[in-house]
Design a protein around this ligand. Structure first.
Ligand code: GAL
Length: 321
C-alpha cells in the first residue's frame, strides 16, 4: 500500500513516518458495529506534530484533535502520537523524519505551506493525498481592521484623521502573523477612509509576557499618542492589557485593544470592556476537518488541496454567543 498523506490544521503537510519520542499517544479503537466492519478495520498510525505545546491556541487545537479521534466509530483503530516541536525547527523536522521512518500512515503538521509548496505535488501520484486545513489569516486581519473602523470614533481618539497604532506581531516568519499585520491596517484604511501611522511594530512570538513587555515600553515611549494596540493573537493582547492597566489607561475610553483567537480570557475581557475585540479562530472546526480528512485519506479518498474554515468577529455585540 502506498502511504503518503498529510494534513494540516492551522497549517499542515502530509507524509509517512513514525515516532519514537512520543509526547502523547492515544489509542482509540472505534467499536465496529457489524462483523464486516471489524473484518475491514485498520490499524492507523497518526503522527501529529505541533510547533510548540506551550501555546494557548495550539493547545486548544491539539486537545480537540485527540478528542475527536476518540469519537470516531468507523471500525478502525487510531493510534495517535502527538509531539512537541518545542519551538525548534530542527527538533520538529527530526520528529517528522521519525514519523516517516516508522511508517506512519497520516501526518498532521501545523503551519500553512506556501502555495508553491502546495503545488509541488500537482500532477504526481501524491496529488489528493495532502491538504491544508486552516483559516485564511487575511480574513482575521481584515476583521480586526473592521472592528476598529466600526467604532463610533473609528479609533481616532485624538480626532486628527490618522490612526496612531502599535502592532504586536506573532512570529514574523509565520504567514498568520504576516497577513494579520498587513490586512488589519489595509482594511482599516479602506473601511474608515482614515490614514494610519505605525508608532512601533515588534515581534511578540505569540507570547503573553512578550506582549506585555512590548506594550509597556511603547506606552512609556509614546504615551497618549497610542490609540490602538493591534495584537496578532489574544495571548499577546492579554499581556498588552496588563501593561495598559499598569500605565493607568482605560480600554474603550482612551485606548483600544485587539487580538485574535477568542481565548476564554479574552472573551471575558471583551464582555467587561477591558478588550475591544478579537476574532474567533475556530479550533473546533479546524481540528474536526483535519481529522475528517485524515480518515478520508486512510480510506483512499482523494483530498482537495485546501479546506478553509471561517473566522468570526467578536465584539461586545456578540461576545455572549
Ligand atoms: C495562530 C494563532 C496563534 C498561534 C499561532 C501558532 O493561528 O492565532 O495564537 O497559536 O497560530 O502558529
Amino acid at each position: 500500500m502506498k502511504k503518503f498523506l498529510s494534513l494540516l490544521a492551522v497549517s499542515a503537510m502530509l507524509l509517512t513516518g513514525c515516532s519514537s519520542t512520543s509526547t502523547a499517544t492515544t489509542t482509540t479503537t472505534a467499536p465496529a458495529e457489524a462483523t464486516t466492519e471489524a473484518a475491514t478495520g485498520k490499524e492507523v498510525k497518526v503522527g501529529v506534530s505541533i510547533y510548540k505545546f506551550d501555546d494557548n491556541f495550539m493547545t486548544l487545537y491539539r486537545n480537540e484533535i485527540e478528542n475527536y479521534f476518540g469519537t470516531l466509530k468507523d471500525g478502525n483503530t487510531y493510534n495517535v502520537t502527538i509531539q512537541d516541536g518545542k519551538g525548534d525547527q530542527a527538533e520538529q523536522t527530526n520528529q517528522i523524519d521519525n514519523f516517516i521512518a516508522q511508517d506512519y500512515d497520516v501526518l498532521i503538521i501545523n503551519r500553512e505551506p506556501s502555495e508553491e509548496d502546495m503545488k509541488a505535488y500537482d500532477g504526481t501520484d501524491y496529488q489528493g493525498m495532502y491538504t491544508y486545513v486552516g483559516a485564511d489569516a487575511r480574513q482575521s486581519g481584515k476583521f480586526q481592521g473592521e472592528i476598529v473602523a466600526d467604532l463610533a470614533d473609528k479609533g481616532d481618539l485624538n480626532g486628527d484623521g490618522t490612526l496612531q497604532y502599535v502592532m504586536i506581531q506573532g512570529d514574523p516568519e509565520n504567514v498568520d502573523a504576516q497577513y494579520r499585520t498587513e490586512f488589519s491596517i489595509s482594511q482599516y484604511e479602506e473601511v474608515s477612509g482614515l490614514k494610519t501611522e505605525q508608532l512601533d511594530m515588534q515581534r511578540g512570538d505569540w507570547d503573553q509576557a512578550k506582549g506585555q513587555e512590548i506594550a509597556a515600553n511603547d506606552l512609556t515611549k509614546f504615551g497618549d499618542k497610542v490609540e490602538v494596540i493591534f495584537c496578532n493573537n489574544d495571548a499577546m493582547a492579554l499581556g498588552a492589557a496588563q501593561a495598559i492597566t499598569a500605565a493607568g489607561r482605560t480600554v474603550g475610553k482612551d485606548i483600544y485593544l485587539l487580538g485574535v483567537d477568542a481565548l476564554t480570557d479574552a472573551l471575558s475581557m471583551i464582555a467587561d470592556g477591558t478588550m475591544t475585540g478579537t476574532v474567533f479562530n475556530d479550533h473546533l472546526n479546524q481540528a474536526h476537518t483535519a481529522v475528517d480528512c485524515a480518515v478520508k485519506a486512510v480510506n483512499g479518498e482523494k483530498l482537495d488541496a485546501y479546506y478553509w474554515v471561517d473566522y468570526v468577529k467578536v465584539t461586545t455585540d456578540n461576545v455572549a454567543d
